[in-house]
Design a protein around this ligand. Sequence first.
Ligand code: PLZ
Length: 453
Amino acid sequence: MTIVESNATGRAVGGPGLPQRRHLVTEIPGPKSRALLERKSSAVARGVGITLPVFTDVAGGGVLVDVDGNSFIDFGTGIAVTGIGNAAPAVVAAVQEQVERFTHTCFMITGYDSYVGVAEALNRLTPGDHDKRTALFNTGAEAVENAVKIARSYTGRQAVIAFDHAYHGRTNLTMALTAKAMPYKSGFGPFAPEIYRAPLSYPFRDGLDGPAAAKKAIAVIEKQVGASSTAAIIIEPIQGEGGFIVPAPGFLTTLQEWATANGVVFIADEVQTGFARTGRMFASEHEGLVPDLVVTAKGIAGGLPLSAVTGRAEIMDAPHVGGLGGTYGGNPLACAAALAAIDSYENDGLLERAREIETLMLSRLRELQASDPRIGDVRGRGAMIAVEIVDPVTGEPDAALTSKIAAGSHANGVILLTCGTYGNVIRFLPPLSISDDLLHDGLDVVRQALEAA
Ligand code: PLZ
């Protein structure tokens, strides 16, 4: 049985050349993964969890092959990262070319053109045609922290408004912005001050239209914080970890109008929603939203660690020279990867592909919902789709059933992630390089797991 490709040296290679099929050859986890799991538990801190008990050999297209030779359908993309496909050939080539020239200089010491190129691309692609600037970092959380620094520097104000169900990271400031205690915050306080939380639009649960939900949030901000103390509002245009919650139309734009009228910086956290994931380059575009600052990461570099803050030149340029940076921010390998990935998002029909995936997945999942009342809601955009699992009688979240569906899917060769404040949302984040056949096969596995649960 050979299911992995190899190169001239006999080393396994990933990418789209891998056989695109779900194929299990051992029990899950297989013997090699079990041995690695044992080493993990004696070598790696237990706080670093693992969703599927398997270790990766190669990945590409729409599959991931583990060290025992089991081929999984990838509905996770490493949490919305490898949108253009794992080991995408253009990214591999760009990184290989760069790694032989130089691996690092620190952009704050001596520059290189790929950093500037990524900044130019983000300035061009993020919503709005105003004058923009970009700064590069390593992770989503680090970019969020910097967006807050920049907004505070620009406004001279301190308070930051985040929302119910928000996820912005695991560093100290971003833990404070993140809404969910377990597993992200419990025991890790005290948290950064001057963070306040406003209610979110959650159409499935609050029944409010967008402007009405925004009015509620604005009332909280005005009464509990005060507009004149508020530096920024930060929000995910579609919430990721919080449950793939698409706010009601008009929620985001009403908030933004209020922010603009009150000198408050509007920050869109597009870390999970960015780069064609939702069928647009950025999810803000679905509502014509033009954020003051846009935070990006994940999909930006095809799997290499890179993040960015992009926004209005006058806001971005508020911090003093030397006020922003970091040793690795905008690392040359990550920038080379990003230029290749961005080119692919723009020129390989990936926006259209994301919309096709949306159509296929929504219709299959709504069909399932029609015959199974445990699916309370089907929602999402592009290749960012979710189902909310509920008790059919009470409508209460059913986290236990959700875990069973995920476990049943894992055991049958589908990488499937859950999310949500109540742990009752199954989320689908397939790569845009996946075939329709694999989407259908993966959805069949999920349906069977739901029926069996
Ligand atoms: N903002 C909207 O989705 C990362 C993290 C999962 P980092 N989401 C997945 C986990 O359990 O750690 C994320 C996000 C949004 C910020 C972040 C943070 O990005 O690159 O993980 O720091």
